[in-house]
Design a protein around this ligand. Structure first.
Ligand code: SF4
Length: 250
C-alpha cells in the first residue's frame, strides 16, 4: 500500500495512483494529516473516519449561510466495502438525520440499484462517501449551496487509499464525475458512453469500475423523461455491475 504521506490529493480514475490537485496548501494539509495517522499508530481507516467526523474546517463558511448551521459530517465506510456510492453532499434532511440518502433521492437511487435499505446501509459492503461530507447550507432563497471543494481536497485521496477493497464506484452526479474521471465531459455524455461500453468480464483483475449516473434528485426528472434509454439500458447494466461486485451478506 502506498504510504498516505505520499498521497497529495486527487487521483484519476483508477484509484491506485494519486497526483497533486488543487492549491499547494491543500496537499500540505493532507500530508500533515497522514503523518498524524501514522504517528498515532492507529488503523488508518478508523483514524481517518474519526478525524473526518471531528472536522470543523468549514464552520465559519456554514455559519455565514442562511441556514447558519454547524458542520455535521455524514459518511459511511468500512475496510471491507467493495462498492462506493459517491454522491454530492448531504441535504438538509440528511443533515438532520445523520444518515445518508434518507430523502426521496435515496429512495430513487436504491430503486435504480435494485437494493433494499438493509443492503444499502450495510457498511461492510457499501461505503457512502459524498464529495462533501457536510450539508453546504442554504442561500437566502433556500436554494442549496454547492459542496465546498475543500472537503474533497482534504479527505478524498487518503480515504480511498484506506479502502483497498473498493471495486465499483457509483459517481452520482457531475461533481463526483469531475473528481473521479478524466476530462470535462457533461453528465449525459458520460452516462451514455458508459452505457455503450462492453461490460468487464466477471474475472477481471483488481481494476476499479466507475459508473457515472445522474443525481437522483427531482431536479433531473426532465432529463430522465427525455432520456428513456437510461431506464431501459443503463439501469440493467448498473444492476449487473452490482451483482458482480456486491458480495452476499455475511
Ligand atoms: S464539509 Fe468536509 S471539510 Fe467541510 S467541515 Fe465538513 S467534513 Fe470538514
Amino acid at each position: 500500500m502506498v504510504h498516505p504521506a505520499r498521497v497529495k490529493v486527487k487521483k484519476s480514475s483508477h484509484f491506485n495512483t494519486y497526483s497533486v490537485r488543487g492549491e499547494p496548501e491543500a496537499g500540505e494539509i493532507v500530508e500533515a494529516m497522514a503523518d498524524t495517522v501514522y504517528e498515532r499508530g492507529m488503523e488508518p481507516l478508523a483514524s481517518l473516519l474519526a478525524d473526518i467526523r471531528a472536522c470543523r474546517h468549514c464552520a465559519d463558511r456554514f455559519a455565514a449561510t442562511a441556514s447558519a448551521h454547524a458542520p455535521r459530517p455524514v459518511l459511511r465506510a468500512s475496510a471491507s466495502a467493495t462498492v462506493c456510492v459517491a454522491g454530492q453532499a448531504p441535504g438538509i434532511r440528511v443533515h438532520r438525520s445523520g444518515r445518508p440518502f434518507t430523502d426521496p433521492s435515496g429512495v430513487r437511487l436504491r430503486a435504480w440499484m435494485g437494493v433494499d435499505e438493509d443492503t444499502f446501509y450495510d457498511t461492510a459492503r457499501i461505503a457512502i462517501l459524498p464529495m462533501a461530507f457536510c450539508f453546504p447550507g442554504h442561500t437566502a432563497t433556500r436554494a442549496d449551496l454547492p459542496p465546498p471543494k475543500d472537503c474533497a481536497r482534504l479527505w478524498r485521496a487518503p480515504l480511498f487509499e484506506a479502502l483497498p477493497a473498493i471495486r465499483l464506484v457509483l459517481l452520482v452526479g457531475k461533481a463526483a464525475q469531475d473528481w473521479h474521471l478524466e476530462g470535462r465531459d457533461g453528465m449525459a455524455e458520460r452516462v451514455r458512453r458508459w452505457t455503450d461500453m462492453p461490460s468487464p468480464q466477471s474475472d477481471a483483475p483488481c481494476a476499479v469500475e466507475t459508473v457515472p449516473l445522474p443525481h437522483p434528485s427531482w431536479r433531473n426528472n426532465a432529463w430522465l423523461k427525455a432520456n428513456p434509454w437510461f431506464e431501459t439500458e443503463t439501469l440493467p447494466k448498473l444492476r449487473a455491475a452490482l451483482s458482480r461486485h456486491l458480495p452476499s451478506p455475511s
